[in-house]
Design a protein around this ligand. Structure first.
Ligand SMILES: *Cc1c(COP(=O)(O)O)cnc(C)c1O
Length: 404
């Protein structure tokens, strides 16, 4: 029996360059983003300029979390109490949580076999719901046909906010996710593609949205200190009309993010090598369904999903148990009860209950693995072999029920 020894939640250490930058901030005592010397561009403003340049958007605002970025984006776009916000039925709790926080009502859209938003269901619900907003979650890094999606939303006057917590760096054709809709939201929480513990970005090309978002994030009247912000005139009226919701990023986090951002292309390549190695092993098993990655998509393979469509719920449980015995921590989206970071729409009971037969069927046999960069390619090979063994063990134990 093969056993894997690594830790699925172990990220890489913060580099010496990032630690040095953080120590310099600590020694300065100026940790608040607006606590800058005359003419000094603080770490946060520099990070915002660098991120906007890399992302390819006009503006970037750094905030305390991805969840806050989504809330601020929805407020800046004018989501009001009771407004319907379309969103993926398959996502994670911060997404419906952000909609609830701004008083919106989530209307879930089905996903397809490849875990992307189902554009047929989107077109249908765009029509029947009258919604003016879509919070599109690129859940687990799967991008839908963004040209077709934008066409549907433009046709119905729907403003798109992209939740890019899992797609920082991913592209559809040559455009980075987060640059299609009105606003792109990103997370720098430990398990995402940059790690500052907690943190997030909001990106847009729209000067009015970035001005509103800046005041919403808690700039007081110090918005002039955003090196990467719009002209001062953008704030003339807004400063009287926009509440301060205190969600600023601090200089310490920005200091450790800037060296990571400088290295992100290398990280993306390493994630994809890990993904490809594991996917290659799993693809040899005929009962395993891996998402098809369209040619237009440039992914960031920081996690891997697979389905075993023939499995019952008890076989899914047995697979988790057997893989865990062999050191491989798999998550399962089909569990009735929320566990750890994993929950599904039936657990978000502050929102109206909804019927989503396709999503439920797909989630019932959907498994998920993190691929931290601390794993070597050999580790990924071994993880794949462990999963194959575990599949055979489960199949053998259920002799006669199905044949994998
Ligand atoms: C992590 C995550 C977010 C944002 O997370 P924060 O912890 O608030 O930074 C948003 N959407 C999805 C799908 C996520 O996994």
């Amino acid at each position: 029996m093969k056993v894997f020894q690594g830790q699925f939640t172990q990220q890489e250490p913060i580099s010496d360059a990032a630690i040095d930058a953080a120590v310099a901030v600590l020694k300065s005592g100026r940790i608040h983003r607006y606590n800058t010397l005359d003419g000094e561009l603080g770490e946060v403003a520099q990070l915002e300029a660098e991120y906007a340049a890399w992302q390819g958007t006009q503006f970037c605002l750094a905030v305390t979390s991805g969840g806050q970025a989504m809330q601020i984006a929805m407020r800046a776009l004018g989501v009001q109490y009771g407004d319907v916000v379309l969103t993926n039925a398959f996502t994670l709790a911060p997404v419906p949580g952000a909609i609830e926080a701004v008083g919106g009502v989530a209307r879930y859209v089905e996903i397809d076999e490849n875990l992307r938003l189902d554009l047929g269901d989107l077109a249908n619900k765009a029509k029947t719901s009258g919604a003016k907003f879509l919070l599109l979650s690129h859940m687990r890094g799967h991008l839908c046909d963004m040209d077709a999606l934008m066409q549907i939303c433009d046709q119905h006057g729907i403003a798109v906010i992209e939740d890019c917590a899992h797609t920082m760096g991913a592209k559809w054709n040559a455009t980075r996710s987060g640059s299609f809709g009105r606003v792109g939201c990103f997370s720098t929480q430990t398990y995402k593609h940059l790690n500052s513990g907690e943190g997030g970005f909001l990106c847009t090309d729209d000067p009015e949205i970035i001005a509103k978002a800046t005041i919403l994030s808690g700039s007081y009247m110090l918005y002039g200190r955003h090196g990467a912000g719009p002209d001062a005139s953008a704030y003339d009226e807004l400063k009287y009309l926009t509440p301060n919701c205190s969600a600023r990023m601090d200089a310490l986090r920005a200091a450790i993010l800037r060296p990571q951002l400088a290295n992100i292309e290398d990280s993306i390549q390493r994630w994809n090598e890990r993904y490809d190695t594991l996917a290659q092993v799993l693809s040899t098993h005929s009962a395993v369904a891996l998402p098809v990655r369209p040619q237009q998509e440039s992914m960031v393979g920081s996690s891997l999903q697979f389905r075993v469509p023939a499995f019952s719920a008890s076989q899914c449980e047995a697979l988790l148990t057997q893989a865990a015995k062999q050191g491989v921590e798999i998550k399962w989206f089909g569990r009735a009860e929320p566990v750890g970071f994993t929950s599904n729409h039936t657990s978000w009971r502050y929102m109206p209950a909804q019927t989503l037969p396709t999503t439920d069927r797909l989630l019932s046999t959907l498994f998920d693995l993190r691929l931290p960069l601390t794993f070597s390619l050999d580790d990924c090979q071994l993880i794949g072999e462990v999963i194959l063994e575990a599949l055979h063990t489960v199949d053998a134990a259920q002799f006669g029920s199905i044949s994998l």
